[in-house]
Design a protein around this ligand. Sequence first.
Ligand SMILES: [Zn+2]
Length: 898
Amino acid sequence: MQGIDHSLSNLSLDQLQTAPVTKKGRRPNRAYHTFDTSHHGSPNSNAGRADVQSVDPYMKSSVSQLSNSNLATPTPAASGQFSVRDSPTLVTSHYVPKQRLDSQESFITRTFVTSQDSVPPCATTPFYCVDQNSSDPRKIGLTMYNIPKNEQIRSAVKLPVGAVIQPFAKSSPNDDVPQVSTAISGGPLRCRRCKAYVNPSFSFTFDSRAVCNFCKVSTQLDENYCAPLNPNGVRSDLYERPELMKGTVDFLVPEVYNSTPGKDNVPLHYVFLIDISTISNENRSSLAMVEGVRTCIEHISAKQPKCKIAIMAFDKQLRFFNLRKELNQAQEYIITDLQDVFLPLYNGLFVRPEDSMHVIQDTLSKITAYIEDSKFSHRFEACYGSALQAAKLAIDTVTEGQGGKILASLSTKPAHGIGNLRLRNEDALKKTLKCENNTYIKLGEDLLKSNVSLDLFCTGSAFMDLVSVAQPVKATSGFLKYYPNFQLERDEFSFVNDILHSVANTVGYNAQLKVRCSSGLSIFNYYSESVDNTDREPKIPVLHGDTTLNVLFKFDGQLASSADVHFQCAVLYTDLNGVRKVRILNAAAAASEDIHEVFKFVNQDAVVSIMVHDMLTTLADCDFTQKRNTIDQKVVDILTQYRGLVSGSSSSQLVLPESLKTLAAYMLSFEKSELMKNNNKSANGNSRVYDLFQWHTSHLPQMLYKLYPQILPLHELLQETDFTFYDENEILLQATASETMSVRTARRELIDGGCYLIFDGTTAFLWFNENTNSNLLEDLLNADVSTKHHEINLFGNTLPILDTIINVKARNVLQNWRQIVGRSYVPLISLRPHVDGYYAHTMASLLCEDKSIEMIENFDNYLVSLHKRIQEKLKKDDFTKPPHAKDHDNLSQKFIQF
Ligand SMILES: [Zn+2]
């Protein structure tokens, strides 16, 4: 136990109660109100808001909306459940913002210990975690921690048994994953039958055998792994073996684990592919790309010194650059035969940045000069497909098929060479989100086969046929970024930071992932394009900190109710330096026959993730109305089962299970996403396809913010500790007054003269208007009180660094958001009615509780309609009964339909 005590003592939670510092010259905390606050904070605060005169459509109070409808607003019932009835608006924890702040607050003084705790806090909550026998739930989270014993009970809760796995998610307070050498034993200890890796739940016998926790078969130990046992069966070397103590370890594995046995592993190889065709040069995104490439290469030189890089550029032709360190300046090779691409050079194609920095800088300068000065030789066509093929050929040749990573920019529909889309007649009414272009499907498959992934940065404002050009991104689990109407001044900083994130967050490549689970369960499918969402093991060409995989399980038998149910994810990969490793993640849950207990231990955020990913696999036909019905049906089914089988109350209230209290809010929000907007003109326009990719590649915290943005008021009276960090590591942000800080994403919640920070998972917004207190803006932005609100600029898309209390607090909030989503940079954009051109569109997507333009209900009405449907189902006795009930009819159901 010493090890555990040690890690606990490192947390230094208690010492930090003195942490809040009061600096000299600071004014006391105050609220920055210029509006009448007399009603504010009271349960009837909406009445006060109704008086606000405003021309901003987002600020018109919807009190009339509230009173005109016979809608009742839910308030908490004594049981912690919620009911719909007439009462004043109270922000309660069945609203997403309050739930988040409460969860955040409750983990300020608590540490999550994986051997004792089961359901993790909200995925947006920063928390300290001690890995004791199981992994940090941020790395592997189950949808439920009391798993139904069999499919009959499972089908009576209508919830998926699944896992959300982000193998390289960061733990707090530190992320030291033990590295276990296996050189002496010739590889990690594994079960001889099911091949599970040794983990803290393996048991050892006195005759030197290990018993597997998955299949219960025993395996003879290698003599190097034998150790004396004490009378309780505990090994004497337990504390020297992290793989028997920790849920997460990295095994350093021998050559038999190499992708091509007999060949040495190499460090990661990057190819930077720069689009220098006319449109890129005109919108100047090619310059941003050059700057991005320079930043990335400097990062690689400093932080990933063994990795190698190559630079290529393309328009109608392909340009290769010789970066050999012996050269004094850039040397360019131009290829015009694009149908049968070949490599014009071998030595000097890939180099270590440190060795060749002078040649690299000269190459990038020459490309910049070409973009800026040689306008008459610019060419409109971009041979993107051929460029991808050339990059793949380069990686294949130099790494002998081990793989690598391509980062490409593109600002136009490819119109030359392989994958020329110019002649393709785009049927604007075509309803599909599936790539139908064989060239790009094939390119995706070939890249995957070669373990090469593609990250693509698109800047075109015209229709780019993203479904086709980004297919190789999807096939290789890469990332797509899209900057509509790219403007260098506005977008360069984000662009450069995004491409840097893509490099800096890379952790390895040539990876294969497999999940094992206790007998009784097996894999139904991995939500991964690389295996067509089947149960085959996904191949991940390049691993990234953000890489997330959702897995759905099915029952193929009964679970033993006396024993734990175990899950193990193994990721075999090559790290950046060329070292072959297996990352092991372990998780455990109990098995249960009690439906009440199953509902109680549900991890809602993981359920949301599985439901969203499941919907994504069905969207190809673009029948969004039908998809929305399906989602509604699923939510109704789950809540009906709970109402019918668990809550037992005979009242007519809507009862939400405590563990799923914001499920409906999140799923309704998904129905209103850009992806599912009805749009007769374009079923596969740029923004829809981009949204689809974001759903695919967001990790869990990012997805939840994307579903339901967080709005925090800065004009409220804040406690001294609010928005200050509790701990010395600056991870745990305090927000005591969760009541006043919970702002629902509805236009009526925003107050004229208010000031809000808003976060959607990728971008932060600062909302203010002409009535916002000028003292607040001065303290926050260093804007002189005489400056008009429309003259204020957020330089560098960030806050200035000031010593005022509100500025410090606001910067803490932004830092907290960056940490939660694992980004070193999140742009801050101003959001002012009648000033910022993107205001209306942005607000429409942020305010997900409001009725959407497709007339999808506002959240309160949605709850009412859910309630009605649940009542009807209950009345007709239309819900699934558990097996011990008399009239069950679903016993033959084998596969999971949740
Ligand atoms: Zn086994």
